[in-house]
Design a protein. Structure first.
Length: 142
């Protein structure tokens, strides 16, 4: 498979921690160190080293992430794990910084696809509001 967007970097990062991260999500918690490669965000939305390494550089790259069988399925699986927690405030699950990271990630992938799951999760966790910083960055990159 052609890896023009270097998506293998996500698989490499998830290799040792994906199962544990998914289990944590099922229990209503998340490990901050996993957020960058489990819920990636658009480039320019964060200044951390991990965020830069795992930043998504375009809507085409976000689409490629979702159609990459392992990565797209894992992203959807993580969102499915969050669905039953919709009655809990995102900050109670993720804390303030990681709540923003989830919001930014959902905004990116909702902009990249018409899949109802992304919009549904934005609705459940963020009252259907997009992360403005992500929308601005996507607009500036276009």
């Amino acid at each position: 498979m052609d890896d023009a967007f270097r998506l293998q970097r996500f698989l490499d990062a998830q290799r040792e921690s994906y199962g544990q991260a998914l289990d944590m999500l099922h229990h209503g918690i998340m490990c901050t160190s996993d957020m960058d490669f489990i819920f990636p965000r658009f480039v320019g939305c964060d200044a951390g080293e991990g965020a830069n390494r795992f930043a998504i550089g375009s809507l085409d790259e976000a689409r490629a992430y979702l159609v990459f069988p392992t990565l797209g399925n894992r992203y959807r699986e993580c969102l499915d794990a969050l669905a039953p927690l919709g009655n809990v405030a995102a900050r109670d699950v993720f804390g303030a910084l990681d709540t923003w990271k989830l919001h930014a990630s959902l905004t990116l992938f909702a902009a990249a696809t018409d899949e109802p799951l992304m919009r549904t999760m934005l609705n459940i966790w963020f009252d259907d509001l997009a992360d403005e910083r992500t929308i601005v960055q996507i607009g500036e990159a276009a």
